[in-house]
Design a protein around this ligand. Structure first.
Ligand code: ZN
Length: 392
């Protein structure tokens, strides 16, 4: 006997955003997910909506892939010692974010820096977030910070134990490009993705990473190209945009002027597909439950980016750079969504225009793996219209 399948039907969708920068708006009003994966989308009259186990009437709101935060610093469960705060991930889900990617569990009190200890913690962190999803949110964690003395075998061990990410290069003792490049190369050989701290020191005890070190190291993502918080001089940011062929990550916990410089430079270079978003939270500046939405609205309004493209920075672009099975509306991808509408009394004729005027949308629902994980957001401005669960 096989389990009966779970079939989710979302109908009356007013606007469907694809997450694909080359075609960000879909001609569709209905989406069907089976067993947590997108099975079909398009016009409801052309789809097989029979046999649904859950039906959502979107009441004309917008459906987008669940937002992805490319840069967080989790520690354990839904608690951060950095700001002594509980339930920051649940708050982030209320900001439309369904996937979080660790840039290192660096706020763990007593974080081990010896090699066997840092490997053990990375493997444990990968496991505890794989085994426990706070409020349903997918947390990709277990991102060790490289330290002097690591050898190729260490990266092989980590990969075999399930580690897929490195924490920010530069937060440990390795602060020279030559060593970092060698270790990032070993990581890549075993399928581990890498990122780097770009810019000035974030808090007492961390250091400067300039464009030369970023380029020499050659990580998969240029972590917070707009600084975290202190940004590099403009000429170095432009140099990184010109020379990097992978993710150019802009974070909320960074310099907003440098964020706009990055987007403007990337646009001139035809590289907007490389722009991805993170918060860098929890950090010295706190946690940012609406951080990704705020970056979308900021870059759209001040950077003159069409809102549907700005949403790609926080969804499909990140999914592609990070090789995730979420963040894009396509058959076979995870049924991870945010349903949102123009906020009440926000200026603009449509949700997209209101975002282009710098306003946040109101989140009405999130869905992860085809299951409803939150309804009307307690954190965003109230949405004009709300989706509704209908008994099938
Ligand atoms: Zn950093």
């Amino acid at each position: 006997m096989s389990e009966p399948s779970a079939k989710l039907v979302i109908r009356n969708i007013g606007l469907m955003l694809s997450g694909k920068i080359e075609a960000p708006i879909l001609d569709a009003d209905c989406l069907i997910a089976v067993d947590g994966k997108i099975a079909a989308f398009g016009k409801e009259r052309d789809l097989d909506t029979e046999g649904a186990t859950t039906v959502v009437d979107a009441h004309g709101v917008t459906l987008a892939p669940g937002l992805i935060d490319s840069h967080i610093h989790p520690v354990v469960g839904d608690y951060t010692p950095r700001q002594q705060q509980l339930h920051w991930i649940d708050s982030t889900l209320n900001g439309g974010v369904t996937t979080l990617i660790s840039a290192g569990e660096v706020h763990m009190p007593g974080r081990p820096k010896d090699i066997v200890g840092l490997k053990a913690m990375a493997i444990a962190a990968q496991r505890w977030y794989e085994n426990f999803r706070p409020s349903g949110v997918k947390v990709h964690a277990g991102a060790p910070v490289i330290e002097h003395g690591m050898e190729e075998q260490d990266f092989k061990d980590l990969a075999e134990a399930g580690v897929t990410l490195l924490g920010e290069v530069g937060l440990g003792t390795v602060k020279d490009g030559k060593t970092a490049q060698q270790m990032v190369g070993w990581a890549r050989k075993y399928g581990i993705q890498s990122t780097i701290h770009t810019g000035g020191p974030s808090i007492p005890g961390s250091g400067l990473i300039d464009a030369d070190m970023v380029l020499e190291t050659g990580t998969d993502v240029v972590g917070h190209i707009n600084g975290g918080h202190s940004a590099l001089p403009d000429d170095q940011i432009i140099c990184l945009c010109e020379n990097c062929v992978k993710g150019l990550e802009i974070v909320h916990n960074g310099n907003e002027r440098a964020a706009l410089l990055t987007v403007n430079t990337a646009r001139e270079l035809g590289k907007l597909d490389q722009v991805i978003l993170g918060t860098d939270g929890p950090a010295g500046s706190g946690v940012q439950p609406l951080g990704i939405l705020r970056m979308v609205a900021m870059l759209s309004s001040l950077g003159h980016v069409p809102a549907e493209i700005a949403f790609c920075f926080g969804t499909g672009n990140t999914a592609r750079q990070r090789e995730l099975d979420t963040g894009l509306i396509d058959v076979g991808y995870c049924a991870d969504f945010v349903l949102m509408d123009q906020a009440q009394h926000a200026p603009g004729k449509t949700i997209l225009e209101s975002v282009e005027l710098g306003n946040l949308p109101g989140v009405g629902m999130t869905i992860i793996d085809g299951k409803i994980t939150s309804q009307r957001s307690r954190n965003t401005p109230p949405a004009g219209r709300l989706p509704q669960i209908i008994e099938p």
